[in-house]
Design a protein around this ligand. Structure first.
Ligand SMILES: Nc1nc2c(c(=O)[nH]1)N[C@H]1C(S)=C(S)[C@@H](COP(=O)(O)O)O[C@H]1N2
Ligand SMILES: [Mo]
Length: 256
């Protein structure tokens, strides 16, 4: 069989009318897909908002959160780096609730053990507790990251020292800036992870004012939004504490 015969045997004659039919069908399938896409998009945008995010999208974030909280392993550490890897010039990001000057002498960390029962601590009280260095890759939701070197007392150590055992059984920790304008809520397992610290040093020096002096949270298992600077108050709750960025449509859990 010649090559030409071979190909002509294998080539089916396609009639013009069946070709037109196929073309019409695929056009309608395409049009239907476009229309359902537009419909779904319009439907989504007509949904009510729940905490700054369209309700169906907020539901997806909450479903993710349920999966992530059940699979979270608090004994698993975030990757640690050596001091050599840490940058000297640390980026400053986020000014909400940050004061340029604060009264260092008057400042107290307010730990609300129960409504109406607040422990007030000086920075020296906190510095007396065992200090841990945390060198990790700090990740902001805006898309940048930096290996940075922080130090302070692990929140777990702090809670044990002040006999906050009952509070450790609760579901969330809430933290607010001194002026209460920035605030975060954190699930207890992440708050008690060993690398979560109440931080008062950056690169072996006291925290600069714009980086959270006198005290900030460093929590490597979360995105930057949860690393609240200039903490004034800490409280404990079984309900989700208010969270500045979650109220504006971001993920509440913000886990890494
Ligand atoms: N009080 C306060 N804390 C804050 C913010 C803020 O706006 N106000 N921004 C957060 C965000 S989005 C990031 S990425 C980190 C940045 O920390 P840095 O300025 O030390 O780099 O701080 C977090 N803590
Ligand atoms: Mo951020």
């Amino acid at each position: 069989m010649s090559k030409q015969d071979y190909y002509s045997k294998r080539t089916k004659e396609v009639s013009k009318s069946s070709l037109t039919k196929k073309l019409v069908i695929s056009f309608f399938v395409f049009a239907l897909m476009v229309a359902s896409g537009i419909f779904a998009w319009k439907w989504l945008n007509n949904q009510p908002k729940e905490q700054g995010a369209l309700k169906p999208l907020r539901k997806v974030l909450e479903a993710n959160e349920r999966i992530l909280t059940t699979t979270f392993d608090s004994s698993k550490k975030s990757k640690v780096y050596s001091e050599r890897d840490a940058v000297k010039k640390v980026r400053v990001n986020g000014w909400i609730g940050i004061k340029k000057e604060i009264d260092t002498v008057a400042w107290r960390l307010q730990v609300v053990r129960k409504p109406g029962d607040t422990l007030k601590l000086t920075l020296d009280d906190i510095k007396k507790l065992p200090k841990e260095d945390v060198i990790f890759d700090f990740k902001c939701i805006e898309g940048w990251s930096q290996v940075t070197h922080w130090a302070g007392v692990p929140l777990k150590t702090f809670m044990e020292y002040y006999h906050l055992n009952e509070q450790e059984q609760m579901k969330y920790v809430g933290l607010q800036t001194i002026d209460k304008k920035y605030y975060v809520g954190i699930d207890m397992p992440s708050a008690l992870q060993s690398q979560t610290i109440l931080c008062y040093e950056l690169n072996n020096e006291p925290l600069p004012m714009n980086q959270g002096y006198p005290l900030r949270l460093i929590i490597p298992v979360k995105y930057g939004i949860k690393h609240i600077k200039q903490i004034g108050t800490i409280f404990f709750s079984n309900q989700k504490p208010p969270d500045y960025w979650a109220e504006r449509g971001y993920d509440y859990y913000a886990g890494l």
